[in-house]
Ligand binder design. Structure first.
Ligand code: ADP
Length: 256
């Protein structure tokens, strides 16, 4: 049986096709989220790369910020449930998930059965989310994927003191004008997201194993800084950004 999960985020659309609730058959990500053609394009492309047709898919579940306005699915599940299912599918030992996406951050605790026992989230402020990193990368004229290699070379991260993205933007521009070291500046930017997320996580209290999901999990600068702040090893799968879509596909299988 084939099921499909589609995660319609603020910045990206992700699709995963799962066979018999066990095996990932295909996955596709489009850098275009809710309110764009991203969801439809991701859906079409995942069918294309897998050589499947719509009628081959038993059930489609949507998740993510844009799930309520997407009418091609058979149902929807919350992002919290989707990430919990997705990460639990990958590692049953996970007890804490830190999901940082394009516009929010969530910390989710799982019990030994992989069921959500508690969570906290920040969806009010861009600081501490992927948006903050995207704004900074654009000021620095770098690709988002380049931040981690700069952060890794830093010896003395420059602390970003502004707690607001708009003020932090001015702060980074003035650091650049003062010829601050680029690696140290980027390490400070990654550290700023990490310290906001760590405060969120500490409110909940974390249990190991800790996994990161969402696109920001791909940023090693944030992962390493967060690991130091929390004093815990942070794991991620290579499919970290697909955890919501995967969880939706797993749930679609369980509900079929
Ligand atoms: P959403 O589901 O809200 O659309 P995602 O979970 O897809 O968000 O995460 C998007 C964020 O991931 C971006 O804002 C960006 O900061 C980060 N990101 C995406 N790709 C990369 C990458 N290759 N390296 C580092 N960070 C990335």
């Amino acid at each position: 049986m084939l099921t499909l999960g589609i995660d319609i985020g603020s910045t990206t659309s992700k699709c995963v096709i799962l066979k018999d609730g066990k095996e990932i058959v295909a996955k596709v990500l489009k850098v275009a989220g809710t309110g764009t053609n991203g969801p439809e394009e991701a859906y079409e492309e995942v069918l294309k790369v897998s050589g499947l047709k719509r009628e081959d898919i038993e059930k489609v579940l949507a998740t993510g910020y844009g799930r309520k306005t997407y009418d091609m699915a058979d149902g929807e599940i919350s992002e919290l449930s989707a990430h919990a299912k997705g990460v639990n599918f990958c590692d049953k030992e996970c007890r804490t998930i830190i999901d940082i996406g394009g516009q929010d951050a969530k910390v989710i605790k799982l019990n030994e059965n992989g069921v959500i026992s508690d969570f906290v989230m920040n969806d009010k402020c861009a600081a501490g989310t992927g948006r903050f990193l995207d704004v900074m990368a654009s000021i620095l004229k770098l690709d988002i994927g380049e931040l981690e290699k700069h952060a890794a070379k830093s010896q003395n991260p420059i602390k970003i003191s502004s707690t607001c993205t708009v003020f932090a933007e001015s702060e980074v521009i003035s650091q650049l004008a003062n010829k601050a070291d680029l690696d140290d500046l980027i390490a400070g930017i990654c550290g700023s997201v990490a310290s906001r997320t760590a405060s969120l996580a500490k409110r909940l209290g974390i249990s190991e194993k800790v996994y990161m999901s969402g696109g920001v999990a791909l940023n090693g600068g944030v992962r390493n800084a967060l690991s130091k702040e929390l004093g815990a090893e942070i794991f991620k799968t290579e499919d970290a950004q697909y955890m919501g879509a995967l969880g939706a596909a797993v749930t679609a299988y369980e509900k079929s």
